[in-house]
Ligand binder design. Structure first.
Ligand SMILES: [Zn+2]
Length: 322
């Protein structure tokens, strides 16, 4: 397949809140972007119509571009080989839906469906903080906790394209019930959502002065800002969050033996405050040869998934000769 100057890839990032679309060239350069609120109630058929509409809007602004293939980054679990979604926690009505083939019919180009953690990992590997590393793990810490693994210079996919579902490692047996059906998953202790829940709970107990300043609706960012101003309670809460992250990362180090860990997602905006807690936990608990690990903030921000899925779409279409 010859990718000429005018050939572009349609990259889609499907989330429980936002549906984002971009036209991206063969080198991974984002040419233009659009976004809309995900039609959650309408289910997958409605979302495919939204994708078609976004694609039309993008193309009408760049009439010289031609979409040659499309990649959709989607929350898991999903079977990337069959292009089928399963029961998605944030998006009801997707269980068993043949998303890739339906999108292909609607858009008229080859479509690949990729796990959002894998897509972002691939983006960071090709163009971001994982560049040049044959063994690295990408973690996204936001409302949820997910990731992707590059091992021996290849994206680790697994039998159904679901490898490295790190957020659902059990870290507390008989812990709270997770949306996945299991109990005590890492995501329930180390995601941004659980960080905020823990702060709110403890703030009630400790009558944190921050409550007066922010009211009950304070956000994660407020806690980080308070810590930057010297608030000891906020500082302690961030240290605990860093340690929960470190706890999962220790298992990841032992399992995958990466050279680098790249942390993205909303919580990574305050990566500098989280890192000491993470490193302290690793120094204390990882086996000695695993402790020499580079942990860095992701470089592509929320573009990682779009960039990554564009590369995956291009390479998959090329491989299949479509
Ligand atoms: Zn879980």
């Amino acid at each position: 397949m010859n990718v000429t100057k005018e050939d572009v890839i349609l990259a889609i990032d499907l989330g429980g809140t936002q549906l984002r679309a971009a036209l991206i060239d063969a080198s991974g350069q984002i040419l233009s972007r659009e976004a809309t609120r995900t039609d959650v109630v309408g289910g997958p058929d409605a979302v495919i119509e939204q994708i078609a509409a976004l694609s039309q809007r993008l193309l009408s602004a760049r009439p010289s571009s031609k979409i040659i293939c499309a990649g959709i980054s989607c929350p898991g679990p999903l079977d990337t080989h069959e292009g089928r979604t399963f029961n998605l926690a944030t998006l009801p009505g997707y269980d068993g839906f043949p998303f890739a083939s339906r999108a292909r019919e609607r858009l008229g180009v080859p479509v690949v469906l990729e796990h959002d953690g894998h897509a972002a990992a691939y983006g960071e590997w090709k163009q971001g903080a994982g560049r040049g590393f044959d063994d690295f793990i990408y973690l996204t810490v936001s409302t949820g906790l997910g990731g992707g693994a590059v091992v021996n210079g290849r994206l680790l996919r697994g039998a159904g394209g679901m490898a490295a579902h790190v957020g659902h490692m059990t870290v507390v047996p008989d812990g709270p019930l997770c949306g996945c059906g299991n109990r005590g998953c890492w995501e329930l202790f180390a995601s941004g959502t659980s960080f905020l829940a823990r702060v709110r709970q403890r703030a009630d107990i400790d009558h944190w002065l921050g409550l007066k300043e922010f009211g009950r609706e304070f956000k994660s960012e407020d806690v980080f800002n308070a810590a930057r101003k010297g608030d000891l309670f906020a500082d302690e809460m961030i240290k605990i969050e860093g340690e929960w992250l470190g706890l999962g990362i220790v298992s990841i180090l032992h399992l995958f033996n990466p050279k680098r860990i790249v942390i993205g997602g909303g919580m990574s905006a305050n990566f500098d405050l989280l890192l000491p807690g993470i490193e302290a936990y690793i120094d204390k608990n990882a086996m000695a040869p695993f402790r020499n690990i580079s942990i860095v903030k992701a470089a592509l921000g929320d573009n990682a998934g779009l960039v990554g899925v564009s590369f995956l779409a291009k390479e998959t279409s090329h491989r299949k000769g479509q």
